[in-house]
Design a protein around this ligand. Structure first.
Ligand SMILES: [Zn+2]
Length: 336
């Protein structure tokens, strides 16, 4: 275990709770965390009106949890590219008005009227979820952890020697955008080709299913989803029915995850990989078991103690992890 766990505190200080916020494209999910336990939660729909409205929604969520004046820190995990040192959202395509850099920590510090002594941390949402799983969830007790979140896209975060690794450009752990194809491959949502996300992300799997359907290979995936979004539950049903396209796309996703995760594990010597997000959430532990097999067959050091396990904190992992990042002894404190 790392020494800077959720209970580390200033000498002589009585520890008060922490607030964690998971700021996503559809909802602002907040939790109140006391000594590593969620003691309250609140949810507000993410407004579409722009930066000021999003800031107001976060303030409302914090207010419902008792306000910033009664806690030891506020942590925000946001979907996007973040400069954690300054708490600036550089890019957040899922948030209206965040198509340019937004100094979220500074705006929230003012709006929440935070005392200058109270840490306010802004980090990537998957980084926050991985910190949650590392300190309190599936990777508790391990110091070298990769978290991979398989949903619409594929996100990741990495803990090395007990500490979240951000890297000099803030992009450490972005396993979704490593290559898994030698020559070409499908185009990724980031614009480059052959990345893990373009084989294991739900949006890319949907695009490929529709392409095959349009090219003359009928699939239940398109028949069930129609023109609507092809949810993870649609994939689960089509797989259960033995749909050939669904089976083939899932095989590709599993093998792509096997390649990328084995490469990561070989490079930095991991103890555990935690798999979270909507896709494994719907497909269950069998999916994670298949990914573990696909990783094991590709490891350089064998036999390896590496384990691939499902995330255990569910939908609150991001908010809980964000709260832990705001603990006075952990995380990067944004300037006030
Ligand atoms: Zn990419």
């Amino acid at each position: 275990m790392s020494s800077d766990g959720p209970h580390a505190t200033a000498p002589g200080g009585v520890r008060r709770p922490l607030i964690g916020i998971d700021l996503g494209g559809t909802k602002v999910q907040g939790v109140l965390v006391d000594h590593g336990t969620v003691v309250g939660d609140a949810k507000v729909a993410t407004p579409m009106g722009g930066v000021a409205d999003v800031v107001a929604a976060v303030v409302e969520c914090v207010g419902r949890l008792g306000g910033a004046g009664s806690v030891d820190g506020v942590g925000i995990g946001a979907a996007g590219v973040i400069d954690a040192a300054t708490g600036t959202l550089l890019q957040a395509p899922n948030l209206a008005g965040f198509d340019r850099p937004v100094p979220l920590a500074a705006l929230l510090g003012d709006a929440l009227e935070l005392p200058s002594s109270t840490p306010l941390v802004v980090d990537n949402d998957v980084n926050a979820a991985v910190v949650g799983e590392h300190r309190l969830g599936a990777a508790r007790g391990f110091d070298n952890v990769l978290g991979v979140w398989v949903g619409t896209g594929v996100g990741g975060g990495i803990v090395l020697d007990g500490r979240l690794r951000r890297g000099p450009a803030g992009g450490a752990g972005e396993i979704g955008h490593v290559g898994v194809v030698v020559d070409g491959g499908r185009q990724c949502r980031c614009g480059l080709f052959g990345h893990l996300e373009s084989y294991a992300g739900r949006a890319s799997m949907e695009a490929e299913a529709r392409r095959r359907h349009d090219a003359g290979t009928p699939t239940l995936l398109v028949e069930m989803a129609g023109r609507k979004r092809m949810k993870s539950s649609v994939f689960a049903k089509a797989l259960e029915a033995g749909d050939e396209v669904a089976l083939d796309l899932l095989d590709e996703a599993v093998q792509a995850l096997g390649m990328a995760l084995a490469a990561a594990a070989t490079l930095v010597d991991l103890e555990v990989v935690v798999v979270g997000g909507g896709v494994p959430g719907k497909l269950g532990s069998r999916f994670v078991g298949r990914v573990e097999q696909a990783v094991r067959t590709r490891l350089f050091v064998r036999p390896s103690p590496l384990r691939v396990v499902p995330a255990t904190l569910g939908d609150l992992a991001g908010a809980l992890g964000a709260a832990l990042l705001a603990a006075p002894a952990g995380g990067v404190v944004a300037p006030q």
